[in-house]
Design a protein around this ligand. Structure first.
Ligand code: CMP
Length: 134
């Protein structure tokens, strides 16, 4: 069964949107099979976002992702990578359609409320990063 990683980001935790975001995922009848709350260290955030190293937003992204606790969860279900990405909307909240999580709750980058894996390979890496080998 396909799996994907979703992160409820620091801006959403600060704004007390955890429940609303989980509700959207559950409304879609997707299965949350693992979940925990953590606070990333600078080193962990740098490692998690290493593919963006060198980009002009990298340092502010790391600072943002370490600014507050986050909620990480594993979602399981057929085609869940694509389904979740549709549910959360485009990366840039200014471009995300109303009705999507980012379209409804976020205003500007990098504070885009949620993260979701963009491929099978990144899902595998990201789930391992937060939940280890199984
Ligand atoms: P995410 O889906 O977690 O992937 C990388 C993150 O970097 C993205 O969500 C945003 O939080 C952030 N990001 C991507 N592009 C930009 C940008 N142009 N400016 C600022 N932050 C960005």
């Amino acid at each position: 069964m396909e799996r994907t990683l979703v992160i409820i980001k620091p801006d959403a935790v600060r704004r007390k949107l955890i429940g609303k975001i989980i509700e959207r995922i559950e409304n879609k009848n997707l299965d949350i099979v693992k979940m925990k709350m953590v606070k990333l260290t600078k080193e962990e955030a740098e490692e998690f976002y290493k593919e963006h190293k060198g980009k002009e937003f990298y340092n502010s992204l790391v600072e943002f992702m370490t600014s507050e606790r986050i909620v990480v969860m594993v979602i399981e279900g057929e085609n869940c990578i694509n389904i979740i990405r549709k549910l959360i909307g485009k990366t840039d909240p200014a471009e995300a359609e109303p009705g999507t999580i980012r379209g409804d709750f976020a205003l500007k980058l990098p504070e885009n409320v949620v993260h979701a894996s963009d491929s099978k390979e990144s899902a595998e890496r990201e789930i391992k990063f937060f939940f280890g080998e199984e």
